[in-house]
Write a protein that binds this ligand. Structure first.
Ligand code: MN
Length: 721
């Protein structure tokens, strides 16, 4: 019987209504696609996907999984495409093959345990369908079985990866047979000397052991039965890797590893457990110090069992675990899932529940007649709340779903986060708002002049990034407060014929009086508007300030401070920075409609924030110089500004359409237009349009001027129409 026939027979054995024709076609497709390719062993390449498919069938998986196994290398290694597979074998098979292909491309280099754990999670998260992982595991198992044909440094790398990533994954998914074989194969290549020695020692006694296990199983059952305890007994020899680890842990040779054989007794009730223990201890001599009552004192992970070791029949030391059916369920599927107990590593409860759920599904499907119905429902979304990405060095970082490059930058180092100016993801430049995806390789671009701004707080998802950004923003706010306070204090002191330096003694005394520890603290409080200059002057210069009315400076200063307090939480929409602060309420003078690029100046208007005028605006010049405040354009703003443009042109048909087309060509919107004839053959048109800056306005004016029939184009005051 050929391999493919054996495969078909295996499938119909557990899935009588399976579409074997599809499997046959998948095999033929793979055989044709890989025609001419050979494995390192010299066998035709198609023997590999076929072996993988047979392992898949041993796990009793559905036809789509079997087909995906047959085709798993076709997209990566031949000219076949996912589209072809989709056409010929359906979307599902194509999806699975694509998934396996993607996983195969993830770069992995051996790292410490936390990295390995993140990498395992990344694989699970990227697979999206548990079958992708299962095919990948079977692929790996077949590769491990034929690893002897590869050069030794490759053997070592693949074995290390298998031990760190794939065996724990198999364990987590409850596929003990695959896990054990992967571990022993990896062991063989990672520690060849130790492996050979141990394998020889174990095999010498192998047949003997098996016979011994059966013998002891029967004996325990008989003793328990006579004692009135109903139970199931199962014995197993530990696999080589597990024995080897025990030898290393206890620093003992194989001959002294007592519990290389273990027995599990599962009873119906807790009372029976203690009875069974009593019977075991009466029948065989217990080894002192080996009895543990995890029923009365469960492990923190809720694992419950009685553990003991006795000198069993023929003087062999054996380990016995006794538990109820319920405890067995918890140990196998529950929060104390077996993998965790064995690995002895704490993980968080969230992960644990996810794996327990998965393990239960894996277990329950073994009892199903038709595995398809089960597997179709298992689209995994195990780690929907996390995303796993690579650093350029190949480390894996776990971040909350929806994280952006800034989050990533702060996990690298806080200075990288603080100066993060951009990012390259998979070698493409992306904006900072880009949402990271599983498997992305992220490289952060930094710029020493870059610093966090408030908008970053809207992008980031990690607490770490948020806290660092907030801290820096507070720091900056403090710096601004200090600068503003110093400025206000300086102006007020000069107004009274002195300076901060000359009156520093009086000011320091005033600071104490106002419950500020230092003069700096007072300056800051003035800057924040919590203490007014009036209060300071009353204390520092009582004789002068008594007669002085609240000066214009203070008036404007108070208004500004109120404004600062009122509007700091609003976002900047004006594109203007007032005294270095983004968030002041800003209006633009209708008289001159300033544009980014125009020299500007600001005036504090009572109750209406700051009005910005062009520096050469007549109206601006009329205003009280004491109310003037420094303003500047915020280069990063994308705000549109309305301007008025007057076009004098010939009064002839079609010209207006031409003019408006010219606006459109420059990417500028017309908000309003007023057109009238000035005299018989001339027309005056005023357009109100939105532009982003002076440069854009200039190019609009230039292009309008070039139109035949246009006599003049002028920027005019917006209230002329
Ligand atoms: Mn393969």
């Amino acid at each position: 019987m050929t391999q493919i026939e054996k495969l078909l027979e295996d499938i119909s054995g557990y899935h009588p209504s399976a579409d074997l024709g599809l499997v046959r076609r998948a095999y033929q497709f793979a055989a044709d696609a890989h025609a001419g390719q050979t494995r390192k062993s010299g066998d035709p390449y198609v023997t590999h996907p076929l072996s993988v498919a047979r392992i898949i069938a041993e796990l009793k998986l559905d036809v789509s999984s079997v087909c995906a196994a047959l085709l798993h290398d076709a997209v990566e290694d031949t000219s076949a495409t996912v589209e072809q597979l989709s056409d010929q074998f359906g979307k599902e098979v194509a999806f699975l093959v694509e998934g396996v292909t993607k996983l195969g491309k993830l770069p992995y280099s051996t790292r410490e345990e936390q990295q390995a754990e993140n990498f395992r999670k990344m694989l699970l998260a990227m697979a999206r369908d548990i079958r992708v992982i299962l095919v990948k595991l079977c692929d790996r198992l077949d590769n491990m079985r034929s690893l002897n044909h590869l050069p030794s440094e490759k053997q070592e790398r693949i074995a290390a990866e298998t031990m760190q990533i794939y065996a724990p994954l198999a364990n987590r998914l409850g596929i003990q047979s695959v896990k054990i074989e992967l571990e022993d194969l990896a062991f063989k290549y990672l520690h060849p000397g130790e492996y050979d020695q141990l394998a020889t020692e174990v095999s010498k006694t192998r047949a003997e052991r098996l016979e011994y296990i059966r013998h002891v199983e029967k004996l325990i059952e008989k003793e328990m039965g006579e004692g009135g305890v109903a139970c199931q007994v199962s014995g197993r020899a530990k696999h080589l890797w597990s024995i080897y680890q025990k030898m290393r842990r206890t620093q003992r040779p194989f001959a002294e590893i007592h519990d290389a054989i273990g027995f599990r007794v599962v009873t119906d009730s807790q009372m029976f457990c203690y009875q069974a223990l009593g019977i075991a201890h009466q029948t065989w001599t217990p080894i002192p110090g080996r009895f543990k009552d995890y029923i009365a004192l469960p492990k923190p992970n809720r694992y419950q069992s009685l553990h003991t070791a006795v000198i069993g029949p023929r003087g062999e030391r054996i380990e016995i675990q006794i538990r109820t059916r319920d405890m067995h369920m918890v140990a196998e599927h529950g929060i104390a899932a077996h993998w965790k107990y064995k690995e002895g590593k704490p993980t968080d409860a969230g992960d644990d529940n996810k794996f327990a759920w998965l393990r239960q599904l894996m277990e329950s499907h073994r009892e199903l007649r038709d595995p398809t119905e089960f597997l179709e429902s298992v689209k995994i979304d195990l780690f929907g709340d996390e995303v796993y990405v690579f650093t350029p060095q190949g480390d894996v970082k776990a971040l909350p779903q929806g994280s952006c490059p800034i989050d990533f930058a702060y996990t690298v180092h806080s200075s990288v986060g603080d100066h993060c100016s951009g990012a390259r993801v998979n070698n493409m430049i992306v904006p900072l708002r880009y949402q990271l995806r599983n498997g992305d390789t992220v490289e952060i671009l930094t710029n020493p002049n870059q610093k966090p701004n408030k908008d970053w707080l809207k992008l980031v998802k990690t607490a770490r990034a948020r806290n660092k950004i907030r801290y820096l923003l507070r720091q900056e706010q403090r710096d601004r407060g200090l600068a503003l306070g110093a400025d206000l204090m300086d102006k007020a002191m000069r107004k009274h014929g002195t300076t901060v330096e000359k009156s520093s003694k009086q000011l320091t005394a005033a600071a104490k009086d106002l419950r500020c520890a230092t003069l700096d603290e007072l300056t800051l409080q003035v800057g924040y508007g919590k203490i007014t200059m009036q209060q300071v002057l009353e204390r520092a210069l009582p004789e002068l300030s008594k007669k002085a009315e609240i000066s214009a400076v203070e008036k404007s200063e108070n208004i500004l401070k109120n404004l600062l307090r009122k509007v700091t939480r609003k976002t900047s929409t004006s594109g203007i920075k007032v005294a270095g602060e983004h968030d002041i309420l800003v209006r633009f003078g209708k008289c001159c409609s300033p544009l980014p690029g125009d020299p500007i100046t600001g005036f504090i208007t009572r109750g209406r924030g700051v009005t910005v005028h062009r520096r050469d605006c007549d109206k601006g010049l009329d205003l009280d110089p004491d109310r003037r405040i420094d303003v500047e354009w915020d280069g990063s703003s994308k705000t549109q500004h309305e301007v008025a443009i007057q076009v004098l042109c010939a009064n002839k048909p079609g010209l207006l359409a031409h003019i408006s087309q010219s606006f459109t060509d420059q990417g500028v919107n017309i908000n309003q237009a007023h057109c009238r004839t000035a005299d018989g053959d001339r027309a005056v048109n005023t357009f109100h349009a939105s532009v982003k800056d002076l440069d854009q306005l200039k190019s609009v004016i230039r292009s309008l001027s070039r139109i035949k029939g246009v006599f003049s184009v002028d920027r005019v005051s917006a209230d002329i129409s």
